[in-house]
Design a binder for this molecule. Structure first.
Ligand code: RFL
Ligand code: PHB
Length: 397
Protein backbone atom coordinates (compact mmCIF):
# COMPACT_ATOMS: atom_id res chain seq x y z
CA UNK A 1 0.00 0.00 0.00
CA UNK A 2 1.27 3.50 -0.85
CA UNK A 3 0.91 6.25 1.76
CA UNK A 4 1.96 9.87 2.05
CA UNK A 5 2.59 12.28 4.88
CA UNK A 6 4.69 15.30 5.79
CA UNK A 7 6.78 13.74 8.60
CA UNK A 8 7.31 9.98 8.80
CA UNK A 9 8.15 9.00 12.38
CA UNK A 10 9.85 5.70 13.22
CA UNK A 11 9.16 4.64 16.83
CA UNK A 12 6.23 5.21 19.20
CA UNK A 13 8.20 5.75 22.42
CA UNK A 14 7.96 9.09 24.21
CA UNK A 15 9.97 10.90 21.50
CA UNK A 16 7.90 9.67 18.52
CA UNK A 17 4.51 10.09 20.19
CA UNK A 18 5.18 13.55 21.61
CA UNK A 19 6.56 14.67 18.26
CA UNK A 20 3.46 13.50 16.38
CA UNK A 21 1.27 15.21 19.01
CA UNK A 22 3.17 18.53 18.77
CA UNK A 23 3.10 18.43 14.95
CA UNK A 24 -0.63 17.73 14.96
CA UNK A 25 -1.21 20.83 17.12
CA UNK A 26 0.62 22.87 14.45
CA UNK A 27 -1.45 21.34 11.64
CA UNK A 28 1.43 19.18 10.36
CA UNK A 29 0.57 15.63 9.29
CA UNK A 30 2.63 12.65 10.46
CA UNK A 31 2.53 8.86 10.42
CA UNK A 32 4.13 6.79 13.21
CA UNK A 33 5.57 3.33 12.61
CA UNK A 34 6.17 1.12 15.64
CA UNK A 35 7.50 -2.43 15.65
CA UNK A 36 5.89 -3.45 18.97
CA UNK A 37 2.29 -3.81 20.07
CA UNK A 38 0.55 -1.06 22.02
CA UNK A 39 0.36 -3.33 25.05
CA UNK A 40 4.09 -4.05 24.94
CA UNK A 41 5.01 -0.35 24.74
CA UNK A 42 2.53 0.57 27.48
CA UNK A 43 3.81 -2.10 29.86
CA UNK A 44 7.54 -1.52 29.37
CA UNK A 45 8.89 -0.39 32.78
CA UNK A 46 11.36 2.43 32.27
CA UNK A 47 11.66 6.03 33.41
CA UNK A 48 9.77 7.45 36.33
CA UNK A 49 10.84 11.03 36.82
CA UNK A 50 9.76 14.04 34.77
CA UNK A 51 11.38 17.47 34.87
CA UNK A 52 9.06 20.42 35.50
CA UNK A 53 9.52 21.53 31.86
CA UNK A 54 8.38 18.11 30.59
CA UNK A 55 5.35 18.21 32.89
CA UNK A 56 4.45 21.74 31.77
CA UNK A 57 4.72 20.79 28.09
CA UNK A 58 2.40 17.80 28.55
CA UNK A 59 -0.12 19.88 30.51
CA UNK A 60 -0.02 22.87 28.15
CA UNK A 61 -0.62 20.65 25.11
CA UNK A 62 -3.60 18.83 26.60
CA UNK A 63 -1.75 15.60 27.40
CA UNK A 64 -1.55 16.13 31.15
CA UNK A 65 -4.99 15.30 32.59
CA UNK A 66 -4.01 12.01 34.26
CA UNK A 67 -0.54 13.34 35.05
CA UNK A 68 -2.18 16.20 36.96
CA UNK A 69 -4.25 13.72 38.99
CA UNK A 70 -1.72 10.98 39.60
CA UNK A 71 1.73 12.61 39.33
CA UNK A 72 3.62 12.98 42.63
CA UNK A 73 5.31 16.38 42.84
CA UNK A 74 8.67 16.39 44.66
CA UNK A 75 10.59 19.44 45.85
CA UNK A 76 13.84 17.71 46.69
CA UNK A 77 15.90 14.52 46.83
CA UNK A 78 18.02 12.95 49.52
CA UNK A 79 21.68 12.08 49.14
CA UNK A 80 22.52 9.40 51.71
CA UNK A 81 26.07 8.48 52.76
CA UNK A 82 27.85 7.59 55.97
CA UNK A 83 24.51 6.36 57.34
CA UNK A 84 22.92 9.82 57.14
CA UNK A 85 20.55 11.58 54.78
CA UNK A 86 21.13 15.09 53.38
CA UNK A 87 18.31 16.84 51.55
CA UNK A 88 18.80 18.89 48.40
CA UNK A 89 15.94 21.39 48.42
CA UNK A 90 14.88 22.10 44.83
CA UNK A 91 12.28 24.67 45.76
CA UNK A 92 14.71 26.81 47.69
CA UNK A 93 17.72 26.29 45.39
CA UNK A 94 16.09 26.29 41.95
CA UNK A 95 12.46 27.26 42.60
CA UNK A 96 11.32 24.23 40.64
CA UNK A 97 10.02 20.71 41.18
CA UNK A 98 10.11 17.28 39.54
CA UNK A 99 7.25 14.81 39.17
CA UNK A 100 7.07 11.07 39.59
CA UNK A 101 4.91 9.73 36.77
CA UNK A 102 5.88 6.55 34.94
CA UNK A 103 6.97 6.57 31.31
CA UNK A 104 4.48 3.83 30.39
CA UNK A 105 1.63 6.09 31.56
CA UNK A 106 3.05 9.01 29.53
CA UNK A 107 3.04 6.75 26.48
CA UNK A 108 -0.45 5.36 27.21
CA UNK A 109 -1.87 8.90 27.57
CA UNK A 110 -0.30 9.94 24.25
CA UNK A 111 -1.67 6.88 22.42
CA UNK A 112 -5.15 7.84 23.67
CA UNK A 113 -4.72 11.42 22.46
CA UNK A 114 -3.27 10.54 19.07
CA UNK A 115 -5.94 7.91 18.37
CA UNK A 116 -8.71 10.30 19.52
CA UNK A 117 -7.37 12.82 16.97
CA UNK A 118 -7.38 10.09 14.28
CA UNK A 119 -3.59 10.04 14.21
CA UNK A 120 -2.15 7.36 11.96
CA UNK A 121 0.00 4.91 13.96
CA UNK A 122 1.04 1.55 12.52
CA UNK A 123 1.67 -0.88 15.38
CA UNK A 124 3.49 -4.21 15.09
CA UNK A 125 5.04 -2.93 11.86
CA UNK A 126 7.83 -5.31 10.80
CA UNK A 127 11.01 -4.83 8.74
CA UNK A 128 10.99 -1.02 8.69
CA UNK A 129 13.64 0.51 6.43
CA UNK A 130 14.41 4.11 5.40
CA UNK A 131 15.34 5.24 1.87
CA UNK A 132 16.28 8.30 -0.23
CA UNK A 133 16.82 10.68 2.67
CA UNK A 134 19.64 12.51 0.88
CA UNK A 135 23.05 13.11 2.34
CA UNK A 136 24.89 15.55 4.53
CA UNK A 137 25.14 18.16 1.78
CA UNK A 138 21.78 17.89 0.01
CA UNK A 139 18.23 16.98 0.82
CA UNK A 140 17.53 15.03 -2.40
CA UNK A 141 14.10 13.68 -3.42
CA UNK A 142 11.35 12.68 -1.02
CA UNK A 143 12.38 9.96 1.40
CA UNK A 144 10.47 6.72 1.92
CA UNK A 145 9.85 4.39 4.81
CA UNK A 146 9.03 0.80 3.88
CA UNK A 147 7.50 -1.62 6.36
CA UNK A 148 5.16 -4.58 6.62
CA UNK A 149 1.89 -4.18 8.53
CA UNK A 150 -0.96 -6.68 8.71
CA UNK A 151 1.12 -8.97 6.48
CA UNK A 152 1.12 -6.39 3.68
CA UNK A 153 4.08 -4.30 2.43
CA UNK A 154 3.67 -0.53 2.81
CA UNK A 155 5.60 2.41 1.40
CA UNK A 156 5.28 5.77 3.11
CA UNK A 157 6.53 8.79 1.13
CA UNK A 158 7.26 11.83 3.30
CA UNK A 159 9.05 15.18 3.29
CA UNK A 160 11.18 14.26 6.29
CA UNK A 161 11.95 11.25 8.49
CA UNK A 162 12.12 11.54 12.27
CA UNK A 163 14.19 8.68 13.71
CA UNK A 164 12.65 8.20 17.17
CA UNK A 165 13.33 4.47 17.28
CA UNK A 166 15.54 4.28 20.35
CA UNK A 167 19.07 3.00 20.79
CA UNK A 168 18.50 -0.29 18.92
CA UNK A 169 16.47 1.22 16.07
CA UNK A 170 17.18 1.19 12.34
CA UNK A 171 17.42 4.91 11.54
CA UNK A 172 20.85 5.70 12.98
CA UNK A 173 22.52 2.61 11.42
CA UNK A 174 21.03 3.57 8.03
CA UNK A 175 23.24 6.66 7.87
CA UNK A 176 26.43 5.82 5.95
CA UNK A 177 29.39 4.88 8.08
CA UNK A 178 31.78 7.77 8.49
CA UNK A 179 29.09 10.46 8.38
CA UNK A 180 28.58 10.37 12.13
CA UNK A 181 31.03 10.70 14.98
CA UNK A 182 30.29 8.47 17.96
CA UNK A 183 31.21 9.50 21.51
CA UNK A 184 30.83 6.57 23.85
CA UNK A 185 31.59 5.39 27.38
CA UNK A 186 30.51 2.10 28.89
CA UNK A 187 30.46 1.90 32.69
CA UNK A 188 31.79 -1.17 34.49
CA UNK A 189 28.48 -1.76 36.30
CA UNK A 190 24.74 -2.02 35.77
CA UNK A 191 21.55 -1.47 37.77
CA UNK A 192 19.35 -4.24 39.06
CA UNK A 193 15.89 -2.69 39.32
CA UNK A 194 12.76 -3.95 41.03
CA UNK A 195 9.15 -2.87 41.20
CA UNK A 196 7.65 -3.83 44.57
CA UNK A 197 4.18 -3.71 45.98
CA UNK A 198 5.23 -1.70 49.01
CA UNK A 199 4.52 1.89 50.01
CA UNK A 200 7.66 3.98 49.35
CA UNK A 201 9.79 4.12 52.50
CA UNK A 202 10.63 7.79 51.95
CA UNK A 203 8.63 10.72 50.60
CA UNK A 204 11.36 11.76 48.19
CA UNK A 205 13.93 9.84 46.14
CA UNK A 206 17.00 8.61 48.02
CA UNK A 207 20.35 8.29 46.17
CA UNK A 208 22.65 6.28 48.43
CA UNK A 209 26.42 5.93 48.31
CA UNK A 210 27.68 2.86 50.17
CA UNK A 211 30.83 0.77 50.32
CA UNK A 212 28.78 -2.16 48.92
CA UNK A 213 27.73 -0.02 45.94
CA UNK A 214 25.11 2.53 44.93
CA UNK A 215 21.40 2.14 45.54
CA UNK A 216 18.33 4.23 44.74
CA UNK A 217 14.94 4.36 46.33
CA UNK A 218 12.27 5.64 43.94
CA UNK A 219 8.57 5.02 43.50
CA UNK A 220 5.72 4.80 41.03
CA UNK A 221 2.73 5.59 43.25
CA UNK A 222 1.80 5.75 46.95
CA UNK A 223 1.63 1.93 46.97
CA UNK A 224 4.45 0.93 44.57
CA UNK A 225 8.19 1.28 45.23
CA UNK A 226 10.87 1.26 42.53
CA UNK A 227 14.32 0.36 43.83
CA UNK A 228 17.70 -0.11 42.19
CA UNK A 229 21.09 -1.50 43.26
CA UNK A 230 24.42 -1.21 41.49
CA UNK A 231 25.44 -4.65 40.17
CA UNK A 232 27.76 -6.22 37.60
CA UNK A 233 26.98 -5.10 34.02
CA UNK A 234 26.21 -8.70 33.02
CA UNK A 235 24.63 -9.70 36.33
CA UNK A 236 22.59 -12.90 36.12
CA UNK A 237 19.15 -12.08 37.54
CA UNK A 238 18.62 -15.78 38.30
CA UNK A 239 21.20 -15.41 41.07
CA UNK A 240 19.10 -12.76 42.77
CA UNK A 241 16.21 -14.34 44.64
CA UNK A 242 13.97 -11.75 46.30
CA UNK A 243 15.50 -12.23 49.77
CA UNK A 244 18.98 -11.43 48.43
CA UNK A 245 17.74 -8.22 46.79
CA UNK A 246 16.05 -7.05 49.99
CA UNK A 247 19.09 -7.94 52.08
CA UNK A 248 21.31 -5.86 49.81
CA UNK A 249 18.87 -2.94 49.80
CA UNK A 250 18.67 -2.96 53.60
CA UNK A 251 22.47 -2.95 53.87
CA UNK A 252 23.00 -0.13 51.39
CA UNK A 253 20.17 2.12 52.55
CA UNK A 254 20.63 1.65 56.30
CA UNK A 255 20.92 4.77 58.44
CA UNK A 256 22.11 5.36 61.99
CA UNK A 257 18.80 6.96 63.04
CA UNK A 258 16.52 3.94 62.74
CA UNK A 259 15.00 4.63 59.30
CA UNK A 260 13.11 1.57 58.05
CA UNK A 261 12.82 0.07 54.56
CA UNK A 262 9.40 -1.46 53.94
CA UNK A 263 9.39 -4.68 51.92
CA UNK A 264 6.64 -6.07 49.72
CA UNK A 265 6.08 -8.63 46.95
CA UNK A 266 8.42 -8.02 44.00
CA UNK A 267 6.33 -7.55 40.85
CA UNK A 268 9.11 -7.24 38.31
CA UNK A 269 12.92 -7.29 38.19
CA UNK A 270 15.60 -6.70 35.57
CA UNK A 271 19.18 -5.63 34.91
CA UNK A 272 20.20 -2.62 32.78
CA UNK A 273 23.69 -1.81 31.52
CA UNK A 274 24.96 1.75 31.80
CA UNK A 275 26.48 3.88 29.11
CA UNK A 276 26.98 7.40 27.89
CA UNK A 277 26.61 7.74 24.11
CA UNK A 278 26.25 10.64 21.67
CA UNK A 279 26.34 10.86 17.89
CA UNK A 280 27.16 14.03 16.05
CA UNK A 281 25.43 15.39 14.11
CA UNK A 282 21.87 14.33 14.97
CA UNK A 283 20.71 14.85 11.38
CA UNK A 284 21.62 13.68 7.90
CA UNK A 285 19.88 14.95 4.75
CA UNK A 286 16.15 14.67 5.38
CA UNK A 287 16.47 12.47 8.45
CA UNK A 288 16.50 13.85 12.01
CA UNK A 289 17.23 11.71 15.06
CA UNK A 290 15.77 12.33 18.51
CA UNK A 291 15.90 10.72 21.95
CA UNK A 292 17.70 7.44 22.60
CA UNK A 293 18.29 7.02 18.83
CA UNK A 294 20.83 9.85 19.11
CA UNK A 295 22.08 9.64 22.69
CA UNK A 296 22.05 7.55 25.87
CA UNK A 297 22.74 8.74 29.40
CA UNK A 298 23.30 6.59 32.48
CA UNK A 299 20.06 6.76 34.50
CA UNK A 300 21.58 8.33 37.65
CA UNK A 301 20.44 11.82 36.62
CA UNK A 302 16.94 10.65 35.50
CA UNK A 303 17.43 12.43 32.19
CA UNK A 304 16.82 10.07 29.22
CA UNK A 305 13.13 10.67 28.69
CA UNK A 306 13.41 14.36 29.51
CA UNK A 307 16.18 14.78 26.95
CA UNK A 308 14.09 12.99 24.33
CA UNK A 309 11.29 15.47 25.01
CA UNK A 310 13.69 18.43 24.70
CA UNK A 311 14.86 17.14 21.29
CA UNK A 312 11.37 16.76 19.84
CA UNK A 313 10.40 20.22 21.07
CA UNK A 314 13.26 21.66 19.04
CA UNK A 315 12.33 19.44 16.08
CA UNK A 316 8.63 20.34 16.18
CA UNK A 317 9.52 24.06 16.29
CA UNK A 318 11.85 23.63 13.31
CA UNK A 319 9.19 21.80 11.26
CA UNK A 320 6.64 24.45 12.21
CA UNK A 321 8.91 27.22 11.01
CA UNK A 322 9.59 25.34 7.77
CA UNK A 323 5.95 24.57 6.95
CA UNK A 324 4.77 28.08 7.89
CA UNK A 325 7.42 30.06 5.98
CA UNK A 326 9.50 27.68 3.86
CA UNK A 327 12.51 28.77 5.92
CA UNK A 328 14.90 25.84 6.52
CA UNK A 329 17.21 27.60 8.94
CA UNK A 330 15.79 26.01 12.10
CA UNK A 331 15.93 22.55 10.48
CA UNK A 332 19.54 23.16 9.48
CA UNK A 333 20.34 24.15 13.06
CA UNK A 334 18.43 21.26 14.69
CA UNK A 335 21.45 19.19 15.66
CA UNK A 336 23.55 22.15 16.80
CA UNK A 337 20.77 23.41 19.02
CA UNK A 338 20.02 20.00 20.56
CA UNK A 339 23.65 19.09 21.16
CA UNK A 340 24.31 22.07 23.41
CA UNK A 341 21.73 20.69 25.85
CA UNK A 342 22.67 17.06 25.21
CA UNK A 343 26.28 17.62 26.26
CA UNK A 344 25.34 19.50 29.42
CA UNK A 345 22.98 16.69 30.36
CA UNK A 346 25.66 14.12 29.51
CA UNK A 347 28.05 15.93 31.81
CA UNK A 348 25.53 15.99 34.66
CA UNK A 349 24.57 12.32 34.24
CA UNK A 350 28.23 11.27 34.13
CA UNK A 351 28.98 13.38 37.22
CA UNK A 352 26.10 11.96 39.29
CA UNK A 353 27.13 8.44 38.20
CA UNK A 354 30.80 8.99 39.05
CA UNK A 355 30.05 10.53 42.42
CA UNK A 356 27.66 7.82 43.59
CA UNK A 357 28.93 4.47 42.25
CA UNK A 358 31.72 2.20 43.36
CA UNK A 359 34.32 1.67 40.61
CA UNK A 360 36.33 -1.57 40.91
CA UNK A 361 39.39 0.24 39.61
CA UNK A 362 39.20 2.82 42.41
CA UNK A 363 41.19 2.61 45.60
CA UNK A 364 40.65 3.96 49.11
CA UNK A 365 41.81 7.40 47.96
CA UNK A 366 39.04 7.57 45.37
CA UNK A 367 36.43 6.54 47.90
CA UNK A 368 37.55 9.25 50.32
CA UNK A 369 37.39 11.70 47.39
CA UNK A 370 33.81 10.61 46.58
CA UNK A 371 32.79 11.09 50.21
CA UNK A 372 34.42 14.53 50.24
CA UNK A 373 32.49 15.43 47.10
CA UNK A 374 29.20 14.32 48.66
CA UNK A 375 30.06 16.25 51.82
CA UNK A 376 30.81 19.33 49.70
CA UNK A 377 27.65 19.05 47.59
CA UNK A 378 25.49 18.75 50.70
CA UNK A 379 27.19 21.49 52.71
CA UNK A 380 27.94 24.19 50.13
CA UNK A 381 24.94 26.13 48.88
CA UNK A 382 26.70 26.83 45.57
CA UNK A 383 27.40 23.14 44.97
CA UNK A 384 23.90 22.05 46.01
CA UNK A 385 22.42 24.69 43.71
CA UNK A 386 24.44 23.35 40.79
CA UNK A 387 23.04 19.88 41.40
CA UNK A 388 19.51 21.24 41.84
CA UNK A 389 19.40 23.35 38.69
CA UNK A 390 20.61 20.45 36.57
CA UNK A 391 18.37 17.86 38.20
CA UNK A 392 15.15 19.86 37.83
CA UNK A 393 16.07 20.48 34.19
CA UNK A 394 17.99 23.27 32.46
CA UNK A 395 15.75 25.91 30.90
CA UNK A 396 14.95 25.46 27.20
CA UNK A 397 16.95 27.95 25.14
P1 RFL B 1 12.29 4.48 23.28
O1 RFL B 1 11.46 4.65 24.49
O2 RFL B 1 13.30 3.39 23.28
O3 RFL B 1 11.29 4.30 22.05
C1 RFL B 1 11.73 3.86 20.79
C2 RFL B 1 10.58 3.14 20.12
O4 RFL B 1 10.98 2.76 18.81
C3 RFL B 1 10.54 1.41 18.58
N1 RFL B 1 11.40 0.81 17.56
C4 RFL B 1 11.01 0.60 16.29
N2 RFL B 1 9.87 0.86 15.64
C5 RFL B 1 9.78 0.51 14.34
N3 RFL B 1 10.76 -0.13 13.66
C6 RFL B 1 11.94 -0.40 14.27
N4 RFL B 1 12.92 -1.01 13.63
C7 RFL B 1 12.09 -0.03 15.64
N5 RFL B 1 13.10 -0.16 16.54
C8 RFL B 1 12.66 0.36 17.70
C9 RFL B 1 10.66 0.75 19.94
O5 RFL B 1 9.83 -0.40 20.05
C10 RFL B 1 10.19 1.88 20.87
O6 RFL B 1 8.81 1.85 21.09
O7 RFL B 1 13.09 5.83 22.92
P2 RFL B 1 12.68 7.37 23.12
O8 RFL B 1 11.32 7.64 22.64
O9 RFL B 1 13.84 8.13 22.59
O10 RFL B 1 12.62 7.57 24.72
C11 RFL B 1 13.76 7.47 25.51
C12 RFL B 1 13.40 6.92 26.90
O11 RFL B 1 12.65 5.74 26.75
C13 RFL B 1 14.64 6.65 27.76
O12 RFL B 1 15.61 7.64 27.58
C14 RFL B 1 14.29 6.57 29.26
O13 RFL B 1 13.52 5.43 29.55
C15 RFL B 1 15.57 6.56 30.10
N6 RFL B 1 15.30 6.41 31.54
C16 RFL B 1 14.91 7.51 32.30
N7 RFL B 1 14.69 8.71 31.72
C17 RFL B 1 14.22 9.76 32.46
O14 RFL B 1 14.05 10.86 31.90
N8 RFL B 1 13.93 9.64 33.81
C18 RFL B 1 14.11 8.45 34.46
O15 RFL B 1 13.78 8.37 35.64
C19 RFL B 1 14.66 7.35 33.72
N9 RFL B 1 14.85 6.16 34.31
C20 RFL B 1 15.46 5.17 32.16
C21 RFL B 1 15.24 5.07 33.57
C22 RFL B 1 15.81 4.03 31.43
C23 RFL B 1 15.96 2.83 32.08
N10 RFL B 1 16.28 1.69 31.27
C24 RFL B 1 15.52 0.51 31.33
C25 RFL B 1 17.15 1.85 30.14
C26 RFL B 1 15.43 3.88 34.22
C27 RFL B 1 15.82 2.75 33.49
C28 RFL B 1 16.05 1.48 34.26
C1 PHB C 1 12.94 5.70 38.43
O1 PHB C 1 12.02 6.00 39.21
O2 PHB C 1 12.86 4.73 37.67
C2 PHB C 1 14.18 6.50 38.44
C3 PHB C 1 14.24 7.65 39.19
C4 PHB C 1 15.42 8.39 39.22
C5 PHB C 1 16.51 7.97 38.50
C6 PHB C 1 16.44 6.83 37.72
C7 PHB C 1 15.27 6.09 37.69
O3 PHB C 1 17.66 8.68 38.56
Amino acid sequence: MKLETQVGIVGAGPAGLILSHLLHLEGIDSVVIESRSRQYVEERVRAGLLEQGTVELLKETGAGARLEREGLTHYGIELRFGGRGHRIDFKELANRSVTIYPQNKVVADLFDIRFAAKGRIFLEAADASVHDFGDAGSRGPKPKIRFVAGGEPHELTCDYIAGCDGFHGICRPSIPEGALTVYDRIYPFGWLGILAEAPPSAEELVYAYHERGFSLLSMRSPTISRLYIQCEPDENIEEWPDERIWRELHARLETTDGWHLTEGPILQKGVTGMRSFVIEPMQYGRMFLAGDAAHIVPPTGAKGLNLAVADVRVMADAFTQFYKSGNQEALDNYSRKCLRRVWKVQRFSWWMTSMLHLFHTDNAFDQRRQLAELDYVTSSRAAAQTLAENYVGLQME
